[in-house]
Design a binder for this molecule. Structure first.
Ligand SMILES: Cc1cc2nc3c(=O)[nH]c(=O)nc-3n(C[C@H](O)[C@H](O)[C@H](O)COP(=O)(O)O)c2cc1C
Ligand SMILES: CCCCCCC(=O)C(=O)O
Length: 380
């Protein structure tokens, strides 16, 4: 989304004879045709009876944009500044692990596409490629590192140090996944990407992780990843320890309660991501978009509040931004783009997202993000 003069993007885009899935349903269908049952089910599905997954999607139409007209929208500025860095638009790539189950090029393809369209890339701990491999493939672009705490906390600290050294600009500690949610589809398909070695990127390249192993056999590496990734004892004291080990800004991902948002601020956390993990963890929790307004109110502008879970198109992003999100993260849509056509598929998804978001902001009658935050949203 370039800042400046606003063109008629739809008419510019139409003219190609190339066929490619455009919306989420088409992308999911295209991915289904490419993937086998286990990987497709792992990405698509969520926890329990998928009540929260459905709520995430069904909640968006309950919020309506009340646009203003006769404001000059011939220019548009979508810049947002977070931790001192200005980004051209408020769309991020959510941390999504084990990308090789969708496409051989995995996270490298996603990070390159993200760099091309200026989406800051949040790399998952459980990536198929390492921090250093992704940094080398995308020099100069903005990257954050998503941290899963480890049973052996020295492994977590080591990964944070590596991310800092590789030029990543923030740490996103995910707190809703201290153990894996109950995911029936994966039980049915007997599919675990962790157990099949798709999450090795950052572990097999980590000196602390590797030096703690009795041998370097594939089986030993995988079983140690599985042991370390479960970290049910995670608590606020660990956050204090993490703060002592890095000067990078720390965000907490998975906040749904306003009191946890307030606690995060008290404990010196630099930002939060309102998220229910796309419904993949505790089924039955509140839709992420329904949790957002109270959290924005509790935070009261003190730290950035990012948002994910259920963003499927530009108008969803507009609603989340108007409800007070500083930026929004795209999840499953880019994974389907990756499965459908590798880096080119992710690029198409991001480009369309950007264009639809830009058109939607302008048609709401506003020209920048601070005006967007004052846009009226009603809940039917
Ligand atoms: C296949 C898959 C893997 C994911 N892996 C991670 C991860 O490693 N770390 C993390 O914090 N969140 C992870 N997430 C959650 C996303 O960051 C994000 O919260 C979620 O995708 C948002 O929901 P949506 O995709 O339905 O919009 C994953 C999501 C999916 C679909
Ligand atoms: C216990 C942590 C496993 C993480 C697997 C990746 C992930 O977050 C997901 O939703 O899948």
């Amino acid at each position: 989304m370039t800042n400046g003069k606003n063109n008629d993007l739809l008419l510019v885009n139409i003219g190609s004879t190339e066929k490619f899935p455009i919306n989420f349903q088409e992308l999911e269908q295209a991915a289904k045709e490419k993937l086998t049952t286990g990987p497709f089910g792992y990405i698509r599905s969520s926890a329990g009876g998928e009540e929260t997954y459905r709520k995430n999607i069904e909640a968006f139409p309950k919020y309506s944009i009340v646009p203003r007209f006769l404001n000059d929208v011939s220019t548009l500025n979508t810049e947002v500044t977070i931790f001192g860095r200005t980004y051209p638009h408020p769309l991020f790539i959510a941390p999504v692990g084990v990308n090789k189950i969708a496409h051989e090029d995995g996270e490298i393809a996603v990070a390159k596409a993200a760099a091309k369209y200026d989406f800051p890339y949040i790399q998952s701990t459980v990536s198929s490629y390492s921090i250093e491999e992704i940094a080398a493939a995308t020099e100069g672009s903005s990257k954050w590192f998503q941290l899963y705490w480890s049973q052996n906390k020295e492994i977590a600290f080591s990964m944070v140090k590596r991310a800092d050294q590789a030029g990543y600009e923030a740490i996103v500690l995910t707190v809703d996944t201290v153990m894996l949610g109950w995911r029936e589809e994966d039980v049915r398909n007997q599919f675990s990407p962790l157990k099949r070695g798709f999450a090795k990127g950052n572990y097999a390249s980590d000196p602390v992780f590797m030096s703690a192993l009795p041998d370097h056999e594939e089986e030993t590496i995988i079983s140690s990843i599985v042991e370390n990734i479960y970290h049910p004892s995670l608590n606020w004291d660990n956050i204090a320890e993490l703060k002592e080990r890095t000067t990078l800004p720390i965000l907490i991902k998975g906040i749904l309660h306003p009191e946890d948002a307030k606690l995060a601020i008290e404990k010196g956390i630099d930002g939060i991501i309102v998220s229910n993990h796309g419904g993949r963890q505790l089924d039955g929790v509140i839709a992420s978009i329904d949790a957002l307004p109270a959290i924005v109110e509790a935070v009261n502008g003190k730290i950035p509040v990012l948002f994910d879970s259920g963003i499927r198109r530009g108008s969803d992003a507009v609603k989340a931004l108007a409800l007070g999100a500083t930026a929004v993260c795209i999840g499953r849509p880019f994974v389907w783009g990756l499965a459908a056509d590798g880096q080119a598929g992710v690029e198409r998804v991001l480009e369309n997202f950007l264009q639809e978001t830009k058109v939607s902001i302008s048609l709401s009658g506003v020209s920048n993000l601070s005006q967007l935050r004052n846009l009226k949203i009603v809940r039917n």
